[in-house]
Write a new protein. Structure first.
Length: 147
């Protein structure tokens, strides 16, 4: 199922009663990170089905974009971009950090994120990044300044 005029992509923050459905989607798509009750979750829907989700977490007072997942059969068709742009609308006035896979640098850059070093970000994020790298993940540090 791909986006077209008959099946527009639609993204939104979730309602409280949808939380478990979204968490189930994230788990099914391979996200194993913890999800707190205080995290804000957003979904991208196509023809009424969740095809993408992301969590926005406030950690130690700063926003961190975490756990973005797009269903495999709709990847590279604008779903992730649509979802990312929706989240950026929510965080315009604040700095937001993320630790994406290296091959996603240009994807996040299109939404205003830029690659940074561990010295330029909060220590807890640098520590999380170091753990991921130590675990063998090819990830980078990025942040998006406020508008």
């Amino acid at each position: 199922m791909l986006p077209d005029k008959m099946n527009p992509i639609w993204s939104r923050p979730i309602a409280a009663d949808e939380r478990e459905t979204v968490i189930t989607f994230l788990r099914r798509e391979g996200y194993s990170g913890s999800i707190r009750k205080t995290d804000r979750l957003f979904v991208c829907e196509l023809a009424g089905e969740i095809v993408g989700a992301v969590r926005l977490s406030r950690d130690e007072g700063v926003l961190v974009l975490r756990g973005m997942r797009v269903r495999n059969d709709v990847q590279r068709n604008g779903v992730g971009t649509h979802l990312l742009n929706r989240v950026v609308l929510e965080v315009q006035s604040e700095t937001c950090y993320c630790i994406p896979y290296r091959w996603l640098i240009s994807f996040y850059a299109q939404a205003g994120f830029r690659e940074v070093t561990g010295e330029e970000i909060p220590a807890f994020i640098a520590s999380r990044h170091a753990k991921y790298v130590n675990d063998g993940l090819d990830v980078v540090l990025m942040y998006r300044p406020p508008n």
